[in-house]
Design a protein around this ligand. Structure first.
Ligand SMILES: *Cc1c(COP(=O)(O)O)cnc(C)c1O
Length: 641
């Protein structure tokens, strides 16, 4: 049911519907009657809510500038719990004999604070970690506490990597080496013999099953990593020969990330389970089946198999997976393995949101009928024709009028290039042009079948809202692969948003934009926003940015890491700022690209001293100047008010 949106009757329920917050928010975000977006960290409708504008106010009082990446610790806690509870529910209700073991893949968000928080909240479920490189292994090793939790080592491993893992194994931790390439196995066998350790060995299978999506090249026959069925059987022979078949404990695969169709998930689980059963028959010890990542996030809230969504719930995922493993293994009489998943995206996406203020707005100002300019008798012919087209416009000839407008505008521009039309004459034509476009945009909403071509008009007429953030730094997937994230204002939602806008960041790069937004029935190119108020900040948030966005970001225009603030909400709705990490300073980002900030200041000092010598400034002015330089170097890389 869609409500009729009118200025008088607008209320916060309309806002919730317009932005789809209850579809993509997973119960964690909602619109309150005050018009504020609230965080409901305990994930249900009637639990306490924390107003985002109030959190922003708290940050401002503490001197933290926008943009800020806000992390809500409780949401991470809740997501880990949900994953384990859903699997437990499926395991109990189906009578499955194995257990569930989750691991968090470090690459999805490597920040120390995130890994520490996951280790803390995950400890009651033996939640482990997955690593793909030596550096990630060190990060994981710093969190080792639980001997029941799994440490999964994927990625191509050299001798040093393997030795580190063997030390961990010797200390009594469950460290699995997942063989990605046939040659790795020899090195593992050799190092294990040398160190006298019985390793836990896993094999990554290349499945024939595939999924569709941006990130799913990891699955299927052509995936870069993993062993074919033949190579796995060869590995079994090698291990048997070396008397190490008992070390073969785990079968792994990874279909790719954001697998939006449950059918693809089920097919892959079935194929892997068959393979697992075959390995048990071959005499391998086994015991663990690792399904990798892929559990998707419903970014657009549509609950479909669209790329930014998923057509299944967490409960369905868990019960489908457990059921498929069970059915396949029962058929072959093999015991049920422990099931591991490496869910990264679904674990952390909800936990972070990017907050920023709007710095400025660019609007197409002309085009109101009342400021239609006088057209002189001797005005260029194209201008007069355009005016005539405007006067002759009806509901029936919208497309034709649009074509005329474009045609005559182009003609005027041509003549301007050749010096036949003056600057002022061009402006007159431009104003008539925008009046026509605005009128067409209005009229087409009344036309029963508006021509399809005219859809682009709305985008051409949209305001540009300039946000204090960098798409390249904070939303790299939005820029690189067109990933959609939910975006909306976080306050004033009791007012009808009367403007349509696209969002530009402050890099002034034409790619530094967001122009795909979630609409009630699909996507659209503009965002509904409120007009700015004089002397008042306007805040927007990009939600669900906890996965993959933090370290993929780059230093385009030398805009650095944003401030990061973590809050923890108590049962009664009060909250604490548990951690603040200041973003990069100007000096920080300069040093990343190999400048020496001290030398820059030194050079500036010389410049200033010369200016004193030449009498341009006084020594006291030099002092003030140097202070300004030094403050600037220590300052935030974003726009500071
Ligand atoms: C990236 C990756 C994951 C994480 O996938 P998500 O879809 O984020 O859960 C898990 N396992 C492996 C091997 C990966 O490469």
């Amino acid at each position: 049911m869609t409500r009729k949106r009118t200025l008088q009757r607008w209320n916060t329920e309309d806002a919730a519907e317009l932005y789809g917050i209850r579809n993509w928010g997973a119960g964690y975000f909602d619109v309150a009657e005050t018009g504020d977006v609230v965080i409901r960290p305990f994930g249900n409708k009637n639990s306490v809510g924390v107003s985002i504008p109030q959190v922003i106010e708290g940050m401002r009082q503490r001197g933290l500038d926008m943009p800020v990446l806000l992390r809500v610790e409780n949401i991470l806690d809740s997501q880990i719990s949900l994953l384990h509870k859903s699997f437990r529910k499926a395991i109990t209700s189906l009578g499955y004999n194995g257990e569930y073991r989750g691991v968090f893949p470090i690459k999805v968000n490597q920040q120390q604070q995130v890994i520490e928080t996951i280790a803390k909240f995950g400890s009651r479920y033996h939640h482990g970690l997955e690593v793909g490189s030596k550096a990630e292994l060190f990060a994981a090793m710093s969190q080792l506490r639980d001997k029941e939790a799994c440490l999964i080592c994927n990625g191509y491993k050299d001798e040093e990597f393997i030795d580190l893992g063997l030390f961990i194994t010797r200390m009594g931790y469950k460290c699995f080496f997942v063989v990605e390439m046939p040659r790795e196995l020899d090195l593992i066998i050799q190092r294990a013999k040398h160190m006298g350790v019985r390793p836990y060995i896993g094999m990554r299978a290349k499945l024939a099953s595939k999924a569709n999506g941006h990130w799913t090249d990891s699955g299927g026959d052509r995936s870069t990593f993993g062993l074919t069925a033949t190579q796995i059987v060869d590995a079994v022979d090698t291990l048997r020969e070396k008397d190490m078949l008992d070390c073969f404990r785990l079968l792994h695969y990874h279909l790719g990330s954001q697998v939006s169709n449950i059918r693809d998930i089920r097919k892959a689980v079935m194929e892997a389970s068959r393979m697992y059963a075959g390995l048990v028959k071959e005499g391998a010890t086994m015991g663990y089946l690792d399904l990798g990542g892929g559990l998707a996030v419903d970014y657009d809230g549509s609950r479909t198999n669209y790329i930014s969504s998923r057509n299944y719930s967490l409960d369905e995922y868990c019960s489908d997976v457990v059921e498929a493993v069970m059915a396949t293994l029962d058929e072959s009489g093999a015991p049920h393995p422990h099931i591991i998943t490496e869910s990264g995206r679904a674990t952390v996406a909800y936990y972070s949101l990017l907050l920023f203020n709007v710095l400025d707005v660019s609007r197409i100002e002309s085009g109101d009928e009342k400021d239609l300019p006088e057209v002189a008798e001797d005005a260029p012919e194209a201008t007069r024709n355009m005016l005539q087209a405007l006067q002759g416009m009806t509901l029936r000839n919208l497309q034709e009028s649009y074509n005329d407008a474009i045609y005559y505008r182009d003609e005027i521009r041509q003549q301007f290039l050749h010096g036949k039309v003056s600057l002022r004459e061009r402006t007159v034509a431009d104003r008539i042009f925008w009046t026509m476009i605005k009128r067409i945009a209005q009229e087409k909403t009344r036309a029963p079948h508006p021509p399809k071509d005219l859809a682009e008009i709305d985008l051409a007429l949209a305001d540009i809202y300039y946000g204090n953030f960098s798409v390249f730094q904070s939303l790299p997937d939005s820029w690189a692969i067109g990933q959609m994230f939910p975006v909306m204002p976080v306050h004033r939602l009791d007012e009808c948003p009367t403007r349509q806008a696209i969002l530009s960041d402050i890099t002034c790069d034409s790619d530094g934009r967001i122009q795909t937004f979630i609409a009630p029935h699909g996507v659209k190119n503009t965002l509904d926003v409120h007009p700015l108020k004089e002397g008042e900040e306007y805040y927007l948030a990009v939600f669900l940015v906890g996965a993959y966005q933090e370290t993929l970001g780059d230093l385009h225009n030398l805009l650095g890491d944003t401030n990061v603030v973590s809050i923890r909400v108590n049962e009664d709705g009060t909250y604490e700022f548990v951690r603040e990490i200041p973003g990069d300073s100007v000096a920080d980002v300069l040093s990343y690209v190999e400048y020496d900030p001290r030398r820059i200041v030194e050079d500036l000092r010389k410049l200033a001293e010369n200016a004193v010598q030449e009498g341009h400034i006084t020594p006291t002015e030099r002092f003030a100047l140097m202070q300004a330089f030094e403050d600037g170097m220590r300052g935030y890389t974003y726009y500071e008010r």
